[in-house]
Design a protein around this ligand. Structure first.
Ligand SMILES: Cc1cc2nc3c(=O)[nH]c(=O)nc-3n(C[C@H](O)[C@H](O)[C@H](O)COP(=O)(O)OP(=O)(O)OC[C@H]3O[C@@H](n4cnc5c(N)ncnc54)[C@H](O)[C@@H]3O)c2cc1C
Length: 330
């Protein structure tokens, strides 16, 4: 394979977390070094202020920026068109996305347009001979699958959050920065936004302290205990999927494979079993504390501290204790 590795990020309307971009650049660098090819960072949307600095730290050779005004709509067709036009003129061996809410949609569309193979939920990409082996999570994270990418054809890979630890290159590069002129004025968006959803307040993905509740709470009324403890700790309340599905709480609070990927300092899980699909969204937490009445619950395998008890009794005690401590500091 001689074509470069292209790490592609979609900036602008919904920023991808910087650690995810850096994780993709870290993996892109290792693959490009293994293949002896260049590393390109394709920024679709306005270039972040620190992009040259980030690129240099990760040994990127070229930064290519496409910043047509149509990209600020955040709609998929303009993005796919922009990326495919770039890749039509500059063929890539590997196109690497960090897998976000948005790229889950566009990575397969880009692959379809390029006639490339695509692997979602990727955990790693390794060089094998002159080809690539992509390891990915399957069946909701329960299984790992290794795909061998066909040589001579591009491969599009979406990298799951928290699967690669961002690491700077041993020696920084001096990347070139180029604006890529792409006219998207003729692109017809197939999706029309009638009433844009407004996300207000802090994001779960950025929270340092999260208190999450699950089906073990027993009833929607008990979810207020989770909210009270989150508030007392100055953190955010979150949930497992079943209680979101049952309408106890809004889907913006769901943590996991099909919810938010979080990385707080403290993740307190109350009445949550610790299913793989949930843990995908919180296993990067520095400290996990679990409250579960079943001593064999899988969550205890991930938790640094565990309390085997009824969470509806423990949560009010924790609220009392935290409030007492903060009152004594006032
Ligand atoms: C493709 C796919 C994607 C998925 N995506 C997600 C996702 O994004 N997020 C997610 O969360 N799940 C997801 N799931 C669902 C996931 O597999 C689990 O079913 C779910 O996480 C379980 O939620 P839970 O732990 O709240 O409930 P349960 O599995 O029912 O566990 C409840 C826990 O509470 C404990 N408990 C019961 N009573 C009490 C009490 N009084 N006090 C303390 N503990 C008590 C029980 O011992 C048990 O461990 C997904 C599944 C699939 C197939």
């Amino acid at each position: 394979m001689t074509a470069p590795v292209v790490v592609c990020s979609w900036t602008g309307i919904r920023e991808e977390p910087p650690e995810e971009t850096e994780a993709a650049l870290t993996l892109g660098r290792s693959v490009s070094a293994g293949l002896g090819v260049g590393l390109v960072w394709l920024v679709v949307g306005p270039a972040p202020q620190d992009c040259a600095e980030v690129a240099a730290r990760h040994g990127v050779g070229e930064i290519e920026v496409i910043s047509d005004p149509k990209l600020s709509t955040g709609l998929a067709d303009s993005f796919v068109e922009a990326v495919c036009r770039f890749l039509g003129d500059h063929p890539a061996g590997l196109v690497l996305f960090s897998q976000t809410f948005d790229t889950r949609l566009v990575a397969p569309l880009v692959a379809g347009r390029l006639g490339a193979s695509v692997v979602m939920n990727a955990l790693d990409v390794a060089v094998e001979g002159d080809g690539l082996e992509v390891t990915a999570a399957a069946f909701g994270g329960d299984t790992r699958v290794v795909y061998r990418a066909a040589t001579g054809r591009p491969c599009v890979v979406a990298l799951l959050a928290n699967s690669v630890v961002p690491e700077p290159a041993s020696s920084p590069s001096s990347p070139t920065v180029s604006e890529v002129p792409v006219d998207l004025s003729e692109v017809h968006e197939r999706v029309r936004v009638l009433d844009p959803a407004r996300a207000e307040g802090p994001r779960l993905e950025d929270a340092e302290i999260i208190v999450a509740g699950g089906r073990g709470l027993g009833s929607p009324q008990n979810y207020k205990l989770v909210e009270q403890l989150a508030e007392a700790l100055g953190g955010m309340a979150a949930a497992s999927r079943p209680i979101v599905d049952d309408g106890w709480i809004d889907s913006s609070r769901q943590v996991g494979l099909t919810g938010k990927i979080t990385r707080p300092a403290l993740y307190l899980a109350a009445g949550i079993s610790g299913a793989t699909q949930h843990m995908v969204g919180c296993s990067a937490a520095k400290t996990i504390v679990a409250v579960n009445s079943d001593p064999d619950a899988p969550i205890f395998r991930h938790a640094r501290y565990g309390i085997v008890a009824d969470c509806n009794e423990v949560l009010p005690e924790l609220v009392r204790a935290v409030t007492q401590v903060s009152d004594s500091h006032d």
